[in-house]
Design a protein around this ligand. Structure first.
Ligand SMILES: C[S@@+](CC[C@H](N)C(=O)[O-])C[C@H]1O[C@@H](n2cnc3c(N)ncnc32)[C@H](O)[C@@H]1O
Length: 317
């Protein structure tokens, strides 16, 4: 599909190619036909008390999620995938890694895990009673063994492209792939302090090409890799907790149909605006594969404060 063929609808209809509906996720999912979706990708609420969630016991939270997951699996195409991006639920400083809790729910629903991708980022809260968390995970499940996986569409440049076979029949030949290497299950994709409400500095937010007022977005780039690898053009990508519509943006950028639902009117407005900007060619996103920024050492904030060089035990002496 090319960008001019999309029409944004605010209610699901079977012929629609781009839907962003304000509704409860289970109500919306029940409307979708069996086996119609190629990729379900989301970051669900983590039950940590964000503005859009009421904190409940972890068991109550998981029971609701299991009910939704059962319904999602019904809508999934036999060649399709579910990507579930989660971090930790924290209670009284105790960490509950959500992917560990989710795994049996997906397994009981008959799905097979293909990768547990570690999404590593540099920024986040600085913990004082444990090591600071700098990764979240993305669980990629498939419904069957014959699933879509377009590795060539997501290969990345190799570190040593000139490496050659040093023995055997192929001795002397280049050993790599000119299309690039497999991106592996360790993804370094930029997330800044302001991506998860850790910093709320207006001009920093304004400087970030993708930032909206949603308190917890994930980067479009994270979804793009899944869309390219796990779907083909014109397939349907569905985000059951759409937030600022990052998944829909990634799907449309690559010619896929996109559905999303969120129960907060405010986020639907933000997501709708983003999609309209995208359709009119005016939406900024961070280009896929752009190297993560490394300070040169010349920036004022990356220099060592004089006061710290005088302190006993300073790490900066
Ligand atoms: C972690 S955020 C998703 C953010 C999204 N990935 C993005 O990049 O903007 C989770 C979203 O789920 C929505 N939500 C929570 N419970 C819901 C429910 N029962 N039905 C629909 N949406 C819900 C919240 O309003 C919130 O926007």
């Amino acid at each position: 599909m090319n960008i001019s063929s999309y029409t944004l609808s605010n209610k699901y209809a079977s012929q629609a190619n781009l839907v962003l509906e304000c509704n409860d996720t289970i109500e919306f999912t029940k409307k979708l036909p069996d086996e119609s979706i190629q990729l379900i990708i989301t970051s669900p609420p983590y039950n940590i008390g964000k503005s859009y969630e009421t904190r409940v016991s972890i068991q109550e939270y998981l029971d609701t999620q299991a009910e939704l997951i059962k319904e999602l699996v019904r809508t999934l195409n036999p060649c399709g995938s579910i990507c579930w991006q989660v971090g930790n639920y924290v209670e009284k400083s105790e960490v509950f890694p959500l992917d560990i809790y989710y795994y049996p729910i997906f397994k009981d629903a008959g799905l097979k895990l293909r990768n547990r991708v570690v999404w590593h980022f540099e920024h986040g809260l600085h913990a004082s009673k444990r090591f600071s968390g700098r990764y979240e995970t993305l669980l990629w499940f498939t419904k069957t063994d014959s699933y879509t996986f377009n590795l060539d569409d997501v290969r990345v440049p190799s570190k040593y492209p000139s490496k050659r076979h040093f023995k055997g029949d192929k001795k002397g030949d280049l050993s790599g792939n000119p299309l690039g290497k497999n991106p592996s299950d360790f993804w370094r994709i930029l997330r800044e302090e302001f991506d998860c409400g850790i910093w709320e500095i207006p001009n920093v937010k304004a400087n970030h090409v993708e930032k909206t007022e949603h308190p917890c977005q994930y980067p479009v780039e994270l979804v793009e890799r899944c869309v390219l690898a796990l779907t083909n053009k014109d397939d349907i990508v569905f985000d059951p907790y759409a937030g600022a519509a990052s998944s829909l943006v990634a799907a449309v950028m690559h010619g896929r149909k996109a559905y999303g639902v969120d129960r907060e009117e405010e986020y639907i407005k933000i997501g709708g605006k983003r999609l309209e900007l995208l359709l009119s060619g005016r939406l900024g996103t961070r280009p896929m594969g752009k190297p993560v920024y490394k300070p040169t050492g010349r920036e004022t904030i990356s220099q060592i404060p004089m006061e710290w060089t005088q302190i006993d035990g300073s790490a900066y002496k």
